[in-house]
Design a protein. Structure first.
Length: 422
């Protein structure tokens, strides 16, 4: 890191470490206002700022109000998060800073500031996890695995190519790529490759999608000719995977409350060669326009709004922007959306409820409450559904992915089937 990059990283950290807005939005806005920064500069700056977020607990234990001392926070991020030796920071640190960094490096593996510091998790979250029955050792494992940057997972569009051929082509280009262990569509890249200009991305053969997210589409198991609803479609990553599964046969409704997210789906559909997806903005889960599908949908995916705590590898600032209050509101919203989706499910149809959270109140407790309130539904075993597709993953009745064990984002899913009318 050169002094100019360091100066930008400090200026950006002063803003990002207040956690007043999403970190990726703050970073994007900063780069838009500093257009002369090249790609390499932006990469160095962003990686350092995100390292400061990932290791904020340790930095905050050593520096009071890190956003008010951003130069020190950036130096700490370079040492704690990016593996720099103090000697490599000769052109960035004076004698006082070097002494600070040496002390920080010496104590970084022996923090006595509590579980939250060791696990790189805020106090509210360690308290919440303990209250949910997590052992301290599990909290530590989760926090440390979530503090590592994620690899880049890709989904091969089966309408356009086979995974083995795409994998061979990427490896031939010199990329460190491998077939991921669970999804038959997933390729994992361990390089920091810029793929948005790659021919296979531009022609719709490849999409960026975490392997765990791909498994949700596989759990749904949509077949050709069916009516499918993606109830909280967002920008449509899972919608596109479902579309490929149905080979453009049938009808897929992509509902979301955000017009902007759905607008992002439309060019992706075209690129992927999909014509059976129908994006539609709804006002809420109670929008009267969805009533036309009541009792008609063969498959419904509810990838519900959630805390996102399973995605901390990619969105580390979420743990500082969520709270017990925001989670309580999300739990209420999830319950309402799931109940609305149930009304659309046809007899014999499958409903999959999913989150990218690790909290039981958003996950298994929601599933148990749903079954208690909807006697016309019965649970399906996620391990059996995946085994039927030759996917060697058994986390029990529910799909429960965690970063440390599965190297995916932390996803949860429960599958239900509506009983046939008697």
């Amino acid at each position: 890191m050169n002094p100019a990059q360091f100066k930008h990283a400090a200026a950006l950290s002063a803003e990002v470490l207040t956690f007043r807005q999403p970190a990726d939005a703050a970073v994007s806005a900063y780069f838009r206002s500093h257009k002369k920064l090249g790609r390499q500069d932006r990469g160095e700056i962003a990686e350092t700022v995100f390292a400061a977020i990932r290791h904020y607990q340790k930095i905050a234990a050593a520096i009071r109000r890190p956003h008010a001392q951003p130069e020190k926070a950036v130096l700490a991020a370079l040492v704690l998060g990016r593996g720099f030796n103090v000697s490599q920071l000769e052109n960035l640190a004076g004698a006082e800073e070097k002494a600070f960094l040496a002390a920080l490096k010496a104590r970084k593996t022996e923090f006595s500031d509590g579980l939250n510091t060791a696990a790189e998790l805020p106090q509210w979250l360690t308290d919440t996890l303990r209250g949910s029955g997590f052992a301290d050792e599990d909290i530590l494992t989760f926090g440390r695995s979530a503090a590592r940057p994620a690899p880049l997972d890709l989904r091969v569009n089966t309408l356009k190519a086979r995974r083995d051929k795409v994998l061979a082509a990427l490896q031939e280009e010199g990329l460190k790529a491998e077939a991921a262990p669970y999804s038959p569509w997933c390729i994992r890249l361990h390089d920091k490759a810029a793929l948005h200009g790659h021919p296979l991305f531009l022609d719709g053969t490849l999409e960026v999608q975490d392997e765990g997210s791909q498994l949700l589409a596989l759990l749904l198991g949509a077949k050709r000719g069916e009516i499918v609803v993606d109830f909280c479609a967002g920008a449509g990553g899972k919608t596109l995977a479902i579309g490929a599964m149905t080979a453009n046969k049938g009808r897929i409704y992509a509902f979301d409350v955000a017009e902007k997210r759905l607008a992002n789906l439309k060019p992706r559909m075209t690129r992927a060669g999909l014509t059976n997806i129908h994006p539609e903005r709804i006002g809420s889960e109670h929008d009267p326009r969805i009533s036309r599908l009541k009792g008609k949908a063969d498959r419904i995916l509810v990838d519900a709004p959630c805390s996102g705590l399973g995605t901390l590898r990619r969105n580390p600032d979420l743990k500082y922007r969520q709270s017990p209050n925001t989670i309580a509101k999300l739990v209420s919203q999830q319950h309402s959306i799931l109940a609305a989706a149930a009304e659309l499910t046809a007899p014999g149809g499958r409903l999959v409820y999913a989150t990218c959270s690790i909290l039981p109140e958003e996950n298994e407790r929601q599933a148990e409450r749903f079954l208690a309130e909807h006697p016309d539904f019965e649970p399906l075993d996620c391990a059996e559904l995946l085994a039927a597709q030759k996917i060697p993953l058994d986390t029990g009745r529910y799909l429960q992915l965690n970063t440390a064990a599965h190297h995916t984002d932390g996803f949860f899913a429960a599958a239900f089937q509506r009983k046939e009318a008697v």
